[in-house]
Every structure is written in structure tokens, then in C-alpha cells.
Design a protein. Structure first.
Length: 119
């Protein structure tokens, strides 16, 4: 199955082990219950199997809001090399939370105000 998106990023949750190939390079395995963020721009991402319900598409506005929420200066962060694999993956301790979030991302978008004050 080939992933594609008009958004710059996709996050997936694996329900079982999934073989991944990015830009026809060597494959690697994402274990069960892993979250993986993929950069979509100009990348060919192929997965052995995946449930469409467990994919969420992340647009630039969401990324910008999140960076503003973090309130971090990221000007010192160097961009990834074009030869680097465009994926970040980690174990998901709350797969049900992501399942709900992915389900809501498929519904009509709702604009929520973001409070930038710390409690």
C-alpha cells in the first residue's frame, strides 16, 4: 500500500508489525502499537499493510500552532539531509487515544482557540 497526502505530514498507528520502504530504499519494520510520523513531500512511502482509520493528516497550520504552543526557538535546528529516512517512530502507550484522534480528523474540521498561557 502506498501512502500519499496533500498535507506535509502523516501520522500512523500500527496495529501489527508493518514493513516500510521509503523512496525505494531498504525496508524496515515498525512494531505493533507504534506511532510513526512521515514527511510526505516528494517521498514515496510504501507499507505492507495498514488500517486507513489509523492515519491522520497533519497540515501546516497544526504544525505552526504546535510550535507556537511549545514556544521554542527552532532556528538552530538543522534540516534533515535529503538522504535521511523521513520518519520518526516511537512506541504508543495510548493507542486508543490516537484511534479516537484519527477518527475525529476524518470528520469536519473544527477550529478551536488555543490558550497560550501556562497553568
Amino acid at each position: 500500500m502506498q501512502l500519499s497526502s496533500s498535507e506535509p505530514c502523516m501520522v500512523i498507528l500500527t496495529e501489527k508489525e508493518v514493513e516500510v520502504s521509503v523512496n525505494n530504499h531498504a525496508t524496515f519494520t515498525l512494531p505493533k502499537n507504534y506511532l510513526a510520523a512521515f514527511a510526505c513531500n516528494n517521498n514515496v512511502i510504501e507499507l505492507s499493510t495498514l488500517n486507513h482509520v489509523l492515519i491522520t493528516h497533519i497540515n501546516r497550520n497544526i504544525i505552526n500552532d504546535y510550535l507556537l504552543f511549545l514556544n521554542k526557538n527552532l532556528t538552530c535546528v538543522k534540516p534533515w539531509s535529503r538522504l535521511a529516512t523521513p520518519v520518526i517512530a516511537c512506541h504508543s502507550r495510548t493507542p486508543e487515544v490516537f484511534r479516537l484522534a484519527a477518527n475525529h480528523s476524518k470528520q469536519q474540521p473544527v477550529m478551536l482557540p488555543i490558550s497560550r498561557t501556562c497553568v
